[in-house]
Ligand binder design. Structure first.
Ligand code: GLY
Ligand code: MN
Ligand code: MN
Length: 436
């Protein structure tokens, strides 16, 4: 991502904050795994969105209209020894030179410097309640300023959640962001194709997971956007199954929910296919039903459609199909009203997608589902999960779990499916798998 993109975002944010106010966003912290070993670092998405700065122990401050500079970055000072042991870091000079901060200060001096920046400001925008340390520190700084009121120095009067402003910005993806999401999607599709090609009865779920990750890494995307779900047979009915430890059986379906991250942007794809390369008749019927529901839901991704429309359509198609196949009995409208379908379809159709896999942004405005607008990206992921012990349905359906998930951008004309390159039609999947 070019520096100019981050700059545009900062400018837009500062316009909204307004002169006389201040915003503060902290980086993510590093987390110890044990002793000297740390978990892989993942920057806080809000912080990265505004700075492009990928270091822990940093804090960005935005003060629109400040004469000495509006964008201030607190970060670690450059340290030769740290550079030798842990690698490159920007230091104070790098923060201004490469990351275009107007001013930079050592993070260790934050306690002395930041209270001065808060003096006489009206509102303080910050991600409220997300980092207890920052919440606490901010109140301490404000208390410190209050003590100076007799010197004519005023403490800020309002603490405002920054999330609302910032997350509304993040909800609408720019052309630059969509490029990264397309790349994440493209590589993730290749990984799903590879999984289909490599799948054989007798392999273990984790071996297929390794094929997926192999493809991500070979294409330069080192991190997964979320832990991969590789679930054979009845494991697919456990929505967040991530143990990925069982042996794949010839008669089972395999559900893979896996996506790579590209420069902090996620793909989120699910495909379900037969371990043997050929769907059984029962699997085929349920699979086609989920696919029909998915197509119908994707059709609803259009500017001006309420967010929940795609979900409602998926419920209608699935419930109708479940009655036709004999898994549910009764009047379709009543089954929907009573939410009877929830025993087999218990999650919603999808979520916003972006830097976070379950991305930020409100789904309702003034208690009404919001209308889709160009630039929004969401997943469409209907599923059916028939519990193994479900005695109300014929044995042939039991233990089948199916989800089909694509990433969809709302465009001016309608929508674009970012993840179209991962096959999902029954004959496409079968011919790909049987070509091996
Ligand atoms: N992979 C998480 C989800 O589909 O929501
Ligand atoms: Mn998913
Ligand atoms: Mn998803």
């Amino acid at each position: 991502m070019k520096q100019n993109e981050f700059k545009k975002r900062r400018q837009l944010l500062m316009q909204q904050i307004g002169n006389g106010n201040i915003a503060i966003v902290a980086s993510a912290s590093s987390h110890t795994r044990n002793r000297d070993v740390e978990f892989p670092f993942r920057q806080d998405s809000d912080f990265y969105y505004l700075t492009g700065f990928n270091e822990a122990d940093s804090l960005a401050v935005f003060i629109p209209g400040r004469e000495q500079g509006e964008y201030i970055l607190f970060c670690q000072e450059f340290d030769e020894k740290k550079a030798l042991w842990e690698g490159a870091h920007a230091g104070l000079e790098g923060a201004t030179e490469h990351y275009e901060a107007d001013d930079s200060f050592p993070i260790d001096d934050m306690d002395e410097i930041l209270p001065g920046m808060l003096e006489n400001k009206g509102k303080v925008f910050y991600p409220m309640g997300r980092a207890p340390d920052l919440d606490h520190q901010l109140l301490e700084w404000i208390t410190k300023i209050r003590k100076q009121s007799r010197n004519g120095i005023n403490a800020p009067g309002e603490l405002v959640s920054l999330e609302h402003l910032l997350h509304e910005m993040r909800l609408f993806k720019s052309a630059e962001e969509l490029k990264l999401m397309r790349k994440a999607a493209e590589v993730s599709c290749q990984a799903h194709v590879r999984a289909m090609q490599q799948c054989q009865p007798g392999l273990y779920e984790y071996q297929i997971e390794s094929e997926v990750i192999h493809q991500f890494m070979q294409q330069g995307l080192r991190y997964v956007a979320y832990p991969s779900i590789v679930a054979g047979g009845k494991n697919a009915c456990v929505l967040h199954y991530v143990e990925n430890k069982d042996k794949l059986k010839k008669s089972d379906l395999l559900l893979i929910d896996a996506g790579a991250e590209c420069d902090h942007y996620a793909a989120d794809i699910t495909r379900t296919f037969p371990v043997s390369g050929k769907f059984s008749s029962a699997q085929k019927q349920l699979y086609q039903l989920v696919l029909d529901a998915q197509y119908a839901a994707i059709e609803q991704v259009q500017p001006g459609q309420p967010w929940n429309k795609a979900h409602d359509v998926s419920v209608k198609v699935l419930t109708t199909g479940l009655v036709k196949l004999g898994l549910l009995e009764g009047d379709i409208d009543k089954l929907i009203e009573d939410e009877t379908y929830k025993q087999f379809y218990m999650h919603r159709i999808g979520h916003w997608l972006g830097m976070d896999v379950h991305d930020v942004g409100d789904y309702k405005i003034n208690d009404e589902w919001r209308l889709l607008e160009p630039g929004m990206v969401l997943t469409i992921e209907p599923g059916l999960y028939i519990p193994e012990n479900c005695e109300t349905v014929d044995k042939k359906w039991r233990g089948i779990g199916i989800r089909i998930e694509d990433d969809v951008v709302v465009t001016k004309e309608g929508h674009e499916v970012l993840t179209h390159a991962a096959p999902k039609e029954i004959d496409e999947i079968e011919s790909l798998m049987q070509a091996n």
